[in-house]
Write a protein that binds this ligand. Structure first.
Ligand code: ACO
Length: 330
């Protein structure tokens, strides 16, 4: 079964409630119709009657709950929660109400925080920063986690590398500055994400332009230090580095550059040394190898909130909603 089909089956088996705040975009409604038809999730769409009428015309979204952010009987509860969480940052009831009306992603995150939704998906017409900032501010990280990061589940066609062409690539979306402890945390979270979505043992390669000391530079030392930290914290995890990409993926190269490594030549979880490398790397594979790229999926948040590419199709929104619903089951 293709990766997304298995995720859809899991989403259907224990249906969760996902909120979609982008009623200003027709793709939201095309996706909502399909999600409801396939029974992947219960949906809440945030929008005014005018937005719903204008952008939802022609789509059957009769199974969705529509929440008008200007006339919602629950709104005061969300305003109160917003003030409770952010009064120290200067948020008053007036600022809270205005922020939620101006930016429905804040509304969506407060619905999650108050237990009225299990997760949220946005980003078809908002930048990554604007999509995830409300979640970082309101939902915060899981206990014990210092940073949220973003991965792509890559499905490469006709590929026998990784897990038959399935990989997690991280961090491709969030952290602009990495030190060794942050890189180590990203590796640990990415391993958990691979296991959760693919159901197989992760083999984590921490990537560099050097393999096992073949080059000397502070950037290489940072990756090697991160590998040590992950090995100390997760002694049972198959993790290795620093490794060049070919050593991570190709058996013969792995054997020659990192003999005896439990990961070299078999990696299925690729941890990039910088956001530039991760973001450019996933797009190269997506465009040149015609891979499916699901995400960016956020890891380390207290509740599942996921971003979309602004170039996404309705079908991509369906896939990310299914992944979000599965994350919400855990
Ligand atoms: N994990 C957890 N919390 C975080 C993180 C993180 N990685 N980053 C910021 N925060 C928290 C801060 O602690 C702060 O909390 P507070 O307000 O309670 O004190 C809050 O989020 C806002 O932090 P700022 O530093 O003010 O955040 P800012 O809005 O400047 O930036 C952001 C955060 C949006 C994640 C930024 O790092 C960013 O823009 N990253 C790059 C996003 C991007 O453009 N990615 C590439 C495109 S994605 C693609 O191609 C699909």
């Amino acid at each position: 079964m293709a990766f997304l089909d298995t995720i859809k089956e899991r989403a259907k088996a224990n249906k969760k409630t996902i909120v979609l705040p982008e009623s200003m975009d027709k793709r939201t409604f095309a996706a909502a119709e399909q999600i409801l038809k396939e029974g992947l999730a219960n949906l809440i769409i945030i929008g005014t009657p005018e937005e719903i009428a204008e952008n939802g015309a022609g789509y059957d979204i009769s199974g969705a709950t529509i929440v008008d952010p200007f006339n919602d009987p629950n709104k005061q509860k969300y305003v109160d929660k917003f003030v409770e969480l952010r009064s120290k940052k200067g948020v008053t009831p007036e600022i809270a109400a205005k922020t939620m009306e101006d930016d429905y992603m804040y509304y969506a995150c407060l619905m999650c925080k108050c237990g009225d939704a299990d997760g949220a998906v946005s980003g078809a017409c908002h930048s990554t920063g604007n999509t995830i900032r409300p979640a970082l501010q309101l939902l915060k990280t899981k206990p014990g986690i210092s940073s949220v990061s973003g991965y792509f589940l890559m499905e490469v066609p006709n590929c026998d590398l990784g897990e038959n062409g399935l990989f997690v690539f991280a961090d491709c979306a969030v952290n602009t500055d990495f030190d060794a402890p942050k890189l180590a945390e990203i590796a640990e979270l990415s391993a958990e994400s691979f296991k959760m979505l693919v159901g197989k043992e992760p083999k984590v390669a921490m990537l560099s332009y050097s393999s096992k000391g073949s080059a000397a530079h502070a950037d290489v030392t940072k990756v090697a230090d991160a590998v040590k930290l992950v090995k100390e914290k997760c002694p049972d995890l198959a993790v290795d580095g620093e490794l060049q990409l070919d050593a991570a993926l190709v058996e013969s190269v792995g054997q020659s550059k990192a003999p005896g490594s439990p990961v070299a030549g078999k990696a299925n979880t690729l941890v990039f040394p910088s956001l530039e490398a991760g973001n450019i790397g996933y797009k190269l594979v997506q465009r040149l190898a015609k891979a499916e790229a699901y995400g960016p999926v956020l890891q380390g948040l207290s509740m599942p909130v996921n971003d979309l590419s602004r170039g996404c199709f309705a079908e991509d929104i369906v896939g990310v909603v299914a992944i979000t619903a599965v994350q919400a089951q855990l």
